[in-house]
Design a protein around this ligand. Structure first.
Ligand code: MN
Length: 493
């Protein structure tokens, strides 16, 4: 259970000496407005408001955003109106709550029917990015309590989080939020894959964690002995499940080839200390060739900064280290939110970082221009898909329905995505009206048609070499097993 005291304690640390009366008033107001309402998980409604506000503190937002987080569902779910809120809490908090209310509550049934909601979201984003942060905080708690909802709703909300909100968080540089949204959704969007990865992680990580403890101890000792580093933290961090899943798919599902299952993150005070720490690590352990990455001198295009190195800590034991300053760490986790945190308070000194962040905000402005220019919905959606959601591809059925598939998917993945029988009876495929091999890599916008042969077609073991989705893989394997069992029976008979 969350409490007001818990929220206030966090805020007292984040805003020393600040007047928190308005936060308390917002809480009282929300508690009164939602009095008697119970959520489906059997908790009083106000728990949701508190959870949203507490999630927001993690993103390091300002106090008006915290108040708006507490009040975000009031106009929608209670007898109090947006005017009441403006009157009591002023124009700034009022417009944030209004922004959230206007975001739209369209049920998610795939992106193509969601275009109007997307337009609303980008508009909100261009006006005041804080609205989207409240939405993320709200969604995180809704995902955490999703078990209480009926299965159909679970799936729909999880898909929306996975296909809309996680990529949006990614685009805003909020990787921690993105990771959380994906992991919380993964369980519902792909329950079997989730179970597989979760089990894999649970069986592999305990021994790794135990090893890490002594590694961290050795490193801490060396860092403090040899050089007077100011270390904020050294911590082993397990990879997010969904990103582990995606990486496994790229590495033949072989967990022994994943070196950053648990990475050690070292947070120090200055850029110079990052390089010192890297030197100390390389004195202790031998680095793997080609795996030292200097994203401080050369930040990733999205602005990410850090030093990475992978070292051999023992026979067959490999560990990845990530070294960065506190500022870089907050930016890596909270993106746009961390950006204001600094820009509002001090003149930015690091030119490269500033440029990268400007680009990411420039991206929002581009989208806004786009939505003014492009009135045609289909065309608009097409450009949004390419710009904002690059990890998925969107292909069409002959009837014009849009199917979302992972990048690099093939006609076989497409067929199994639609129906098991369509996959099992798949004989050939037409892509954009041309006959193409079943192993062809699909691209966004392709129109895919599956040609079935009900009598003769059956899954081939070769398909396992190129399919990308687990659904396809599992169905192919099942069908192959069945066939070989039948074959044995015939031989015996
Ligand atoms: Mn809510």
């Amino acid at each position: 259970m969350f409490s007001l005291a818990q929220l206030l304690n966090i805020l007292k640390k984040q805003f020393p000496g600040a007047d928190l009366d308005m936060v308390k008033l917002a809480y009282d107001y929300a508690a009164r407005a939602h009095a008697g309402q119970i959520r489906l998980d059997n908790t009083p409604y106000i728990q949701h408001n508190l959870a949203t506000a507490i999630n927001l503190t993690v993103m390091r937002v300002d106090l008006p955003t915290i108040q708006a987080g507490l009040l975000h569902d009031v106009p929608e779910e209670t007898a109090y109106t947006i005017e009441d809120i403006k009157e009591n809490f002023g124009a700034e908090v009022g417009s944030l709550v209004e922004g959230i209310t206007k975001l739209g509550k369209l049920k998610y049934r795939g992106m193509e029917r969601y275009v109007e909601n997307l337009r609303k979201m980008f508009l909100a984003l261009s006006k005041d990015v804080r609205v989207i942060l409240i939405k993320f905080a709200d969604r995180l708690h809704n995902m955490e309590t999703l078990d209480a909802l009926p299965p159909e709703k679970q799936k729909r909300i999880a898909l929306e989080s996975m296909e809309i909100f996680a990529p949006l968080a990614h685009r805003l540089g909020m990787w921690e939020i993105k990771g959380q949204l994906e992991d919380l959704s993964f369980k519902y969007t792909q329950p079997e894959d989730y179970a597989w990865v979760a089990t894999l992680m649970a069986t592999t990580s305990p021994s790794k964690e135990k090893n890490l403890k002594s590694i961290v101890k050795t490193l801490h000792h060396a860092l403090t002995q040899q050089s007077n580093l100011k270390i904020y933290s050294i911590q082993g961090r397990a990879k997010h499940l969904y990103s582990l899943y995606k990486k496994l798919l790229r590495h033949d599902r072989d967990i022994s080839r994943i070196y950053d299952l648990i990475a050690v993150r070292i947070i120090v005070d200055s850029v110079a200390e990052c390089y010192t720490a890297l030197g100390v690590i390389h004195q202790l352990w031998k680095p793997l060739r080609g795996r030292i990455k200097d994203y401080i001198a050369q930040p990733k295009p999205n602005g990410y900064q850090s030093l990475h190195t992978t070292v051999i800590v023992g026979p067959g034991e490999i560990v990845e280290f990530q070294i960065r300053t506190k500022k870089m760490d907050e930016e890596a986790q909270y993106g746009v939110a961390a950006y204001w945190l600094y820009v509002e308070k001090e003149k930015p000194k690091e030119g490269a970082r500033l440029d990268a962040k400007h680009r990411s905000l420039g991206w929002v402005n581009e989208l806004i221009k786009l939505q003014q220019e492009i009135k045609d919905t289909a065309e608009y959606l097409e450009s949004v898909k390419i710009d904002v959601f690059p990890d998925n591809i969107f292909v069409f059925t002959p009837k014009g329905d849009v199917i979302t598939l992972p990048d690099q998917a093939t006609p076989i993945d497409f067929a199994y995505h639609i129906h098991t029988d369509l996959g099992n009876k798949c004989a050939a495929s037409r892509i954009n009206n041309r006959l193409m091999p079943l192993s062809t890599t699909l691209k966004s916008g392709d129109m895919v048609e599956i040609i079935v042969d009900k009598k003769r077609a059956r899954p081939s073991p070769d398909w396992l070499d190129f399919v990308k989705t687990r659904t396809a893989r599992e169905h192919i394997k099942q069908s192959l097993n069945r066939t070989s069992r039948l074959f044995t029976m015939f031989k015996r008979g």
